[in-house]
Design a protein around this ligand. Structure first.
Ligand code: SAH
Length: 395
């Protein structure tokens, strides 16, 4: 008999876990055995006392984040097997063991059957962000698993969960190395050198999710004057320059981001690169620099983090993209993105259409863009899809 505390669902509420959806909402729960504390491992049963799944409990709308649909003891071996699977998947899709790339997402939460866990791999350093306190309590087991899987290939593990956990738990934590230390902080992505500051930078340090889209920008940037809006560490700018853009302008409102961009341009091209950085609001910059660029990248932060903010966000995407579509040179290209999970690809498409109509220009869609395969979407958890984009051709 398992000693793990139990949650019993209400009648008919077992359909969602039976379809392998990884969350139990609080409204589905009918009973709990004993007092449950945030972070506890729980087993979930139907009202007919059938076992359904095991996960981490946390008070809130999502009450259980499920990590297994089979009865298990979540010990070190269990977590090692899970992370090994995530590793094997990245190996199978050709992301591990490459000469030209040593940065990828190793664990993408629900997409890898580990809700609440993000692990990004930066040339030997694993950066962990936990989004639930239950997952954070597994962190020692996870570090052990990483050591076993990577062996001497693991230089350091950095826990950056202070920002990703809710304030109640994050406030009590400090971001820290759980193993080793890496001062070099430099990765290679398709042969491009990128400095990644996981200690001071945004998220885990770098937006790995744009790798394939950066590569695509490289394919189109030759002989073009390029604007990289919301450039952060300048990833798109580096690819565009490498590909032979005549000039690249990189814009971000954050000084720290622009410093990273400058460092990355210097790292790849030394002095004298045909690139300029601007600390500026991207909306203002677009307004003030109409008719100058052949290729624009528009990659803003998430405009909506919650459903309530969705309408405002759509209006924001429309306004931003109208400025870009209006401003690009005839025959120009726009790589436009949204990473707001609550604005789905249809809504985003609608916002871009409305923006195009407002400008009156002829706009064609060259290609739809999305998140890369190391940010996998479980077919049972469509909510895992968040990054979408389009390449537009504007006459
Ligand atoms: N394109 C980047 C990721 C962009 S993240 C990459 O490939 O790595 C979003 C960036 O937008 C952040 O760096 C943030 O500082 C910046 N930002 C937020 N609001 C902004 C604004 N109004 N104008 C310009 N930059 C802004």
């Amino acid at each position: 008999m398992s000693t793990i505390p139990k949650i019993i669902l209400g009648s008919g509420k077992d359909q969602s876990p039976k379809r392998f959806h990884p969350w139990i909402f609080s409204g589905a729960i009918s009973k709990m055995t004993g007092e449950l504390a945030d972070g506890d491992v729980v087993e979930v049963y139907s009202n007919k006392n059938e076992y359904l799944c095991t996960g981490h409990y946390q008070k809130g709308s999502i009450a259980v984040r499920i990590f297994s649909f089979n009865q298990v003891e979540p010990d070190t071996t269990f977590w090692k097997d899970k992370i090994q699977k995530a590793y094997d998947y990245r190996k199978a899709i050709g992301l591990i063991g490459r000469e030209d790339t040593n940065v990828y997402r190793l664990v993408y939460g629900e997409g890898d059957g580990m809700p609440g866990l993000i692990i990004d791999f930066y040339n030997g350093t694993a950066v962990i962000q936990c989004h639930s306190i239950g997952m954070h309590r597994e962190v020692e087991k996870i570090v052990q698993a990483l050591k076993e899987i990577y062996g001497s290939g693991l230089k350091a593990v950095y826990d950056k969960s202070k920002e990703s956990l809710s304030d109640r738990y994050g406030d009590k934590l400090a971001n820290t190395y759980l193993f080793g230390e890496d001062k070099e902080k430099q990765v290679l992505e398709y042969g491009n050198k990128i400095k990644v500051d996981w200690e001071e930078g945004q998220k885990t340090g770098f937006f790995i999710d744009q790798r394939e889209n950066r590569k695509l920008v490289g394919q189109y940037a030759k002989d073009k004057k390029v604007l990289d809006c919301f450039c952060y560490a300048g990833g798109f700018s580096v690819y565009a320059l490498k590909a032979g853009a005549t000039e690249v302008h990189s814009v971000d409102s954050s000084k720290t981001a622009i410093k990273l961009t400058d460092d990355n341009i210097q790292l790849n091209f030394g002095e004298g690169a045909k690139q300029k950085s601007h600390v500026a609001d991207a909306f203002d910059f677009l307004k003030d620099n109409q008719g100058q660029y052949d290729l624009m990248v528009v990659d803003p932060p998430a405009f909506a983090k919650h459903r309530d903010a969705r309408h405002q966000a759509v209006m924001g995407y429309k306004r931003l993209n109208a400025l870009a579509i209006q401003g690009v040179k005839p025959g120009g290209l726009i790589f436009t993105f949204s990473c707001s999970q609550v604005v789905d690809k249809y809504l985003f498409h609608g916002a871009i259409t409305a923006a195009a109509i407002e400008t009156g220009r002829t706009v064609r869609i060259l290609q739809y863009l999305s998140q890369p395969a190391d940010h996998p979407i479980s077919i049972y958890h469509p909510e895992g899809e968040y990054l979408k984009g389009m390449i537009l051709f504007v006459e």
